[in-house]
Design a protein. Sequence first.
Length: 121
Amino acid sequence: MLTILTTIHLLAAVAIVALVLLQQGKGADAGAAFGAGGSGTVFGARGAASFLTRGTAVLALVFFLTSLGLAWFASQQVERRSVVERIEAPVERAPSSPPDVPNAASDVPAPDVPGGATSSN
């Protein structure tokens, strides 16, 4: 259902752009008032503007309804939790060394030095 709604939404958006680009601006009406050939069109003198305006309005309604439908679907998929619940509890870390390894320097035996020489400071 979500895929169908998204497809309709995208097609309506592209169709709105196409219809808006096909429409004439307000300045084009001045030329038609002096006989610029507006009555020889397929839809008549005012038919094309009325048809394109109504088509744009219908597609705008479809676009808004699909926008609301997509927003509703998105709101149904969200897990509602507060910000405090989203914070993860701190993870307790294991000790950095295993328990059988000595931690203090005094517990570590001195290394054997060849020749019996020791360093004294």
